[in-house]
Design a protein around this ligand. Structure first.
Ligand code: HEM
Length: 135
């Protein structure tokens, strides 16, 4: 009888999940700090600025892990999705420093949503090494 081997998530897949999880936790704090700041607690802007450094650092770390996943798992989608999120976060960072809230607030909301979708994507399917099929 022919049985298919179960598709197991590899250590690279687990690393990607761990980094994406830390990333989503960090970014969810950003609108919270911003909201507290906008209600008059000016100290929260400092936390928002620290959060910005944490979020973008984890983003670049996730980019490295996604490149490793692309090479080891032969799956490019985590790299493409992470690149889009990291690009948005980089624009977001400079829009925040510039005080360009017309861009910073809508892009911030979209970036949080995109990262939550990416988080769901890495957790909702196994991340095995894709086999190369010879014709
Ligand atoms: C929904 C999400 C977000 C909202 C609503 C938000 C809102 C704000 C607000 C109201 C400010 C103050 C701007 C000013 O006073 O001129 C600000 C500053 C800033 N934000 Fe955000 N933000 C969000 C997400 C992010 C993210 C994800 C990052 C980083 C990737 C970020 C990075 C910054 C930076 C670097 C500043 C400047 C801080 C400073 O002046 O020291 N923000 N943001």
């Amino acid at each position: 009888m022919l049985t298919m081997a179960p598709q197991r998530t590899t250590p690279t897949g687990w690393t990607l999940r761990a980094v994406a999880s830390a990333h989503v936790v960090a970014i969810v704090g950003q609108p919270v700090f911003a909201g507290v700041y906008l209600t008059g607690d000016f100290d929260s802007l400092r936390w928002h600025a620290i959060g910005a450094d944490v979020v973008t650092s984890i983003g670049y770390l996730q980019l490295i892990v996604a490149i490793v996943a692309w090479i080891r798992l032969r799956q490019v989608w985590p790299f493409l999705a992470t690149t889009a999120v990291v690009a948005a976060e980089t624009v977001q960072y400079f829009a925040g420093l510039d005080g360009a809230l017309w861009l910073h607030i809508p892009l911030g909301v979209m970036t949080v949503v995109a990262l939550v979708v990416l988080f769901i994507a890495v957790w909702s399917r196994p991340l095995p090494r894709r086999e190369v099929r010879n014709a």
